[in-house]
Ligand binder design. Structure first.
Ligand code: AMP
Ligand code: MG
Length: 204
């Protein structure tokens, strides 16, 4: 198999959205790094992400959605999460919250929480809207390798294991999203530093 890079035309977005609905994998641009996306509600599709990346099953995936209401379909949002969402979404902040039952265990590595984010890359947002699904997407590289910020990086790392790569140009941030645990809204806890600073979170 050799991966093909697709320019983000209407036709390509429609075709790749159909591929995702069928349970396929698509490499996607985000503002942080390129991701390897699958339907987050389809356990088999998400298993294919772990297989392609050789990612250990203990390492949970981030679920990407295009709105706060879509986030509320996969996670229990509390008032602190809603306030933070208003301030920084769409953007490179991931929130860990209690998960809803629709999210398969493979996505969260069996945890009862889920990591969720509304990305701001316009091409990824177009694809999310086109397919109408939450998309689980870790970085599009073999486990343990540097995260890709260009379609060519994805092709080099995973080109023989995946098919479509959606071209969204170079990633603007080039750094992983900040992850904040908001399960206890009184005590938010930054689990991974990233593009959004702890000070920005504290201010909200
Ligand atoms: P990435 O590899 O950039 O997709 O980031 C995924 C990371 O998010 C994982 O390695 C975990 O550190 C974190 N993560 C995802 N889901 C959860 C969760 N439910 N609870 C805590 N951390 C999580
Ligand atoms: Mg990664």
């Amino acid at each position: 198999m050799t991966a093909t890079v697709h320019r983000p035309s209407r036709t390509a977005l429609r075709r790749l959205a159909a591929e995702l609905r069928r349970g396929g994998l698509v490499a996607v641009p985000t503002e942080t790094v390129y991701g390897l996306a699958a339907n987050a509600l389809d356990a088999k599709a998400c298993a294919a992400i772990f297989a392609a990346k050789e990612r250990p099953p203990e390492d949970p995936l981030i679920v990407h959605v295009d709105s706060v209401s879509a986030a509320a379909a996969v996670a229990e949002l509390n008032p602190a999460a809603r306030a933070l969402a208003r301030a920084v979404w769409p953007g490179p902040l991931t929130m860990v919250l209690p998960k809803k039952a629709v999210v398969p265990a493979i996505v969260t590595a069996g945890l009862d929480s889920v990591a969720v984010r509304v990305p701001r890359h316009p091409v990824f947002r177009d694809l999310l809207r086109e397919c109408g699904l939450p998309l689980a997407a870790p970085s599009a590289n073999p486990f343990g390798y540097v995260s890709p910020t260009l379609p060519e990086h994805v092709q080099r790392g995973l080109g023989d294991r995946i098919e479509p790569i959606l071209d969204g140009g170079p990633c603007e941030v080039g750094l992983e999203s900040t992850i904040v645990d908001l399960r206890n809204p009184a005590r938010p806890c930054v689990l991974r530093p990233g593009a959004i600073s702890a000070a920005q979170i504290a201010k909200v």
